[in-house]
Design a protein around this ligand. Structure first.
Ligand code: OAD
Length: 272
């Protein structure tokens, strides 16, 4: 393939002819905006442009563990909006499930905590929720677990839940990864799968937050990296084997599915 110009069509034909069988995915907030959860950094619509009323020292402080440890109120003021119930996966989530169904999903990393990948049918052994999830919670200080029903109530009411050990007094934090905290221990091991990729698909992320932002660099030179995003992000586009599909993720995966001859399968899987 030395001099072949790579584009979406080339990538698609390599998947169809079995040359590409190990797709590694990195997803971010942009795959869930169409489901109703605003992203973080888009001007005006992103969360970080809407936090002025909360008087934070800087926007990311709302997800910083050191800030949360003394001022958890802003986080709980927005928690309900980041964690609405009854959301439907987008067709972009369904596309990830389809990659798995077609046996070409090597592994997916998502920075999202909404869990929509699982709802769409991505097998849980093929994905790492690199920034955690809302399924459990504990006191940030003494680590005491906190019951789900009380947590749900706190989120619904926008009230800070406090440690059940009265003498502790720490705020309860969902097991989502805040700035200043480490990623799940599996991350180190799973990132070794990236150099095994024969295609990397990067979707809906600004690639501004490490260490996930560094994953596309682990792709071997010569291996195509496909970006499906509203805007250019990270260094994708700098290698000659990079392909950028700029626009919405949902439009992008539909176009990709068309090239693959998978469009009907995709729409059917999404509707289930
Ligand atoms: P960002 O908000 O930083 O980036 C979202 C990207 O998706 C931007 O490049 C948007 O242009 C793009 N985008 C938005 N909607 C889109 C759509 N419908 N179709 C295509 N592209 C779209 O979100 P992340 O990169 O996911 O972490 O942010 C990474 C981390 O920063 C988050 O996990 C969160 C945040 O702070 C923590 O809080 C620890």
């Amino acid at each position: 393939h030395m001099d072949e110009k790579i584009d979406l069509q080339t990538i698609s034909s390599r998947i169809k002819n079995g040359e590409i069988t190990r797709v590694v995915v990195l997803a971010g907030a942009g795959i869930s905006t169409a489901a109703g959860i605003p992203d973080f950094r888009s001007p005006n619509t992103g969360l970080y442009d809407r936090l002025a009323p909360l008087n934070l020292p800087y926007p990311e402080a709302i997800f910083h563990i050191s800030y949360f440890s003394h001022t958890p109120e802003p986080f709980y003021a927005i928690a309900q909006a980041r964690h609405p119930g009854n959301l439907k996966p987008t067709i972009s989530h369904a596309f990830l499930a389809l990659l798995a169904k077609k046996n070409v999903l090597h592994f997916a990393f998502t920075q999202n905590i909404d869990g929509l990948e699982q709802d769409a049918g991505v097998p849980t052994d093929k994905i790492l929720w690199a920034h955690g999830n809302w399924k459990s919670q504990h006191c940030w200080k003494c680590k005491t677990e906190y019951p789900d029903d009380l947590m749900k109530k706190a989120i619904r009411e926008g009230e800070v839940p406090y440690c059940l050990k009265a003498e502790c007094g720490g705020a309860v934090k969902p097991n989502v990864v805040f700035f200043g905290q480490s990623l799940p221990f599996e991350f180190d091991e799973k990132q070794k799968l990236v150099p095994e990729a024969d295609l990397m698909l990067v979707m809906g992320t600004s690639l501004k937050v490490a260490p996930c932002s560094q994953l596309p660099r682990l792709v071997k030179e010569g291996t195509p990296r496909l970006l499906i995003n509203m805007e250019r992000s990270g260094d994708i586009g700098n290698r000659k084997e990079d392909v950028c599909l700029l626009g919405s993720c949902d439009q992008g995966v539909r176009k990709f599915a068309d090239e693959l001859g998978w469009r009907e399968d995709l729409e059917a899987l999404w509707k289930v």
